[in-house]
Every structure is written in C-alpha cells, then in structure tokens.
Design a protein around this ligand. Structure first.
Ligand SMILES: Cc1cc2nc3c(=O)[nH]c(=O)nc-3n(C[C@H](O)[C@H](O)[C@H](O)COP(=O)(O)OP(=O)(O)OC[C@H]3O[C@@H](n4cnc5c(N)ncnc54)[C@H](O)[C@@H]3O)c2cc1C
Length: 165
C-alpha cells in the first residue's frame, strides 16, 4: 500500500469493492501538503457493476480533484469510472455535489489494451507502478498485459497486486 505514495507514476485499477485498498493512499494524498507529495501523476480506474457503488467513495475522489485544482495541478490526478451492468446503462447520475465526476463515467468495461497503449506512449522510458485490486480475472488480465508490454517496449509497467492486509 505505501508503495503507491512513494511512486512517481501510478496506475490504480479497482474492481468493485477492491477500491477500498486504495482509499488510504487517496486520503494520504488529500491530507498531505502538495509540495511533499512524491507522486507526479496518479491514474485511478474504477470499474463497478452499478452506478450507485460509485457514491461510496465519490466524496474523497472529488476532494482530491479539488485539492489538485486549487494548487493548479489538475494533471496530477486522472480518474476514469466504468459502469458495467447493462441495466444501469447510460442512466446513472451523480448528485450535484459530485457533478465533477459525471463526465468521467463510461459504460462497459475499460478497453485496457487501448489504455495501456496510451500510457506506453505517455510514459516512454519511465517506470510506472500498476496496482490492481478486484476480481481475480481482472488481476490476471492486468498482470498479463503488463508482462507482455514489458517484454517489447521501452517502458516498465511494474505490476503490483494490492492487498488489503
Ligand atoms: C475478505 C476479503 C479479502 C480480500 N482481499 C483482497 C486483496 O487483498 N486483494 C485483492 O485484489 N482482492 C481482495 N479481495 C477480493 C476483492 O474484494 C474483489 O474485489 C471481490 O472478489 C469482487 O468484488 P466485487 O463483488 O465488488 O466485484 P464485482 O462487482 O464482481 O466486479 C467489479 C467490476 O469488475 C469488472 N470486471 C471483472 N473482471 C474484469 C476484467 N477481467 N476486466 C475488466 N473488468 C472486469 C466487473 O464487470 C464489475 O463491473 C478480498 C475479498 C474479501 C471478501
């Protein structure tokens, strides 16, 4: 867990309740003076079945956004939220307090191959720590992608399975 806040470039991928593993680090980033934060950029990808799950931690995600905005460092925190249940397709709305997150929502599962291709270009020659917490298949897919890209590219996606313990 503490590895997140000691990493310069971080990708946190959470499936459902797996987001819990990242909340401590988000809280740290929120409470710590901006000048002390080592992390240059953090990407948070959170996949849920139903939109209302996003409200569990919407407050802290919004607060962190506002903090980085306040310090004119909005590029430091990137969020993508995914709702996968077909029944809640296109009809989830955050309450007014969390509107900032509304346009971060996408429907269906992330296209990880596309995302990693984008990150590959963005972080060429760098090491990016990738943390994943959620359903087993998600962990497996992300680990496989990291290993495959590391074999052939000038970038290191350092896959770290996050644990609650
Ligand atoms: C006591 C306990 C301890 C745990 N400790 C850990 C731990 O230390 N580390 C850890 O990683 N997990 C841990 N888990 C498992 C973790 O809680 C999982 O997130 C959980 O099994 C599934 O949660 P969920 O029902 O909220 O996810 P779900 O709602 O089933 O899934 C969340 C979302 O992920 C999407 N998804 C699933 N597979 C993929 C995929 N391959 N690609 C893209 N999207 C996908 C689904 O479509 C869904 O929208 C623990 C679980 C328990 C009960």
């Amino acid at each position: 867990m503490t590895k997140i806040i000691h990493s310069q470039y971080v990708i946190c991928i959470a499936g459902g309740i797996g987001i819990t593993a990242f909340i401590g680090s988000l809280k740290y980033l929120l409470e710590c003076p901006s000048s002390v934060i080592v992390t240059k950029r953090i990407h948070l990808i959170w996949i849920v079945k139903n939109g209302d799950e996003l409200t569990w931690f919407a407050q802290i995600i919004c607060d962190l956004y506002h903090k980085f905005w306040f310090y004119d460092e909005m590029d430091r925190f990137h969020v993508e939220l995914y709702i996968t249940n077909k029944k809640s397709l296109n009809n989830f709305n955050f309450c007014d307090n969390f509107q900032i997150l509304q346009h971060r929502i996408q429907y269906g599962r992330p296209k990880f191959q596309h995302l990693f291709n984008f990150w590959k270009q963005l972080y060429e020659q760098k090491t990016v720590n990738v943390f994943c917490c959620g359903p087993k298949m998600l962990l497996k897919d992300i680990k496989k992608l990291c290993i495959r890209i590391n074999l052939s590219e000038k970038i290191k996606f350092n896959y770290l399975h996050d644990s609650y313990s």
